[in-house]
Design a protein. Structure first.
Length: 286
């Protein structure tokens, strides 16, 4: 059985590349998702994942399916939407979630329209849903660089980030780090979504960030435990999704996200930190 599970990765280079890319994503994106969950900003990630679409689409129109161009365009567009939504929230009566929702809808429609101007349906599907089995050296270097940048940033900003989640007002009073930490955190979220976009597309990139994070919340009560569990959940989902897609001849990106979703549903039932059946099991033991 072990040989059967390892066979696709041993025999095919494209499966090994997909696995390496997913491992890089699983190391960097789920821990960011944990902090998004703790800060009740989960839905913001979905908006930001679509915010990168117009920039990637403009780069596609200018340079075709060029990884550096599309990554740069997506990063600029995502950061622009994050800053614009924050400005609108501060300059009007709208809250930030409402302004993000508005920009999300505009970005999604604009991106799809731009791709449709010159591209085919295949190009549109490539951008929306990714090509995890088609990762090349450039894509793997990008994903590795994103993961490295994220880990280094966590090493530097971990303590103020935790404090901002627990007591942001206190952090503002005792330090000037609040603003830079918040902005750099949003920038890293966008950067990881751009990296995830290369593998899973704009529609599914948010899945590998949030589903392992909410799964981890159901298994651990401590922040270090949640961070470690989220990475483990991302790795398990990636391997399971790739194997299911290979043996069942299914699209790999959706299979990975569905594997993460299945792990979350199981955790929602039996997870020790608030699972549906946990009180029943405790009463049965007592």
């Amino acid at each position: 059985m072990t040989v059967d599970l390892l066979a696709p990765f041993a025999e095919f280079a494209f499966m090994r590349r997909a696995l390496v890319g997913c491992v890089a994503l699983s190391i960097s994106a789920p821990p960011l998702g944990v902090f998004l969950v703790l800060r009740r900003m989960s839905l913001m990630t979905d908006s930001m994942s679509h915010a990168i679409l117009p920039g990637a689409a403009l780069a596609f129109l200018a340079a075709g399916l060029s990884l550096p161009a599309m990554a740069a365009g997506g990063l600029v567009a995502g950061l622009a939407v994050a800053l614009l939504s924050g400005f609108v929230a501060r300059a009007t009566i709208l809250r930030e979630d409402a302004s993000l929702a508005a920009f999300y809808l505009i970005s999604l429609a604009l991106g799809v329209m731009l791709v449709s101007l010159r591209g085919s349906n295949v190009d549109l599907l490539h951008i929306l849903f990714g090509t995890v089995l088609g990762l090349d050296d450039q894509a793997l270097i990008l994903l590795g660089a994103v993961a490295t940048t994220t880990l280094v940033w966590f090493a530097v900003a971990y303590r103020p980030l935790v404090l901002e989640c627990v007591d942001p007002l206190f952090l503002r009073l005792v330090s000037r780090a609040s603003g830079p930490v918040h902005l750099s955190f949003l920038a890293l979220v966008v950067l990881n979504l751009v990296g995830g976009f290369q593998a899973l597309g704009t529609m599914l990139a948010v899945g590998i960030m949030l589903l392992p994070a909410v799964t981890a919340r159901l298994w651990s009560a401590t922040l270090p435990g949640m961070l470690a569990t989220s990475v483990l959940a991302g790795l398990l989902s990636s391997v399971a999704g790739l194997l299911v897609s290979y043996y069942a001849d299914l699209p790999s990106g959706p299979a990975i996200v569905l594997a993460a979703g299945a792990l979350y549903l199981v955790s929602a039932l039996i997870g020790p930190q608030g699972g549906v059946f946990v009180p029943v099991l405790r009463r049965a033991r007592g």
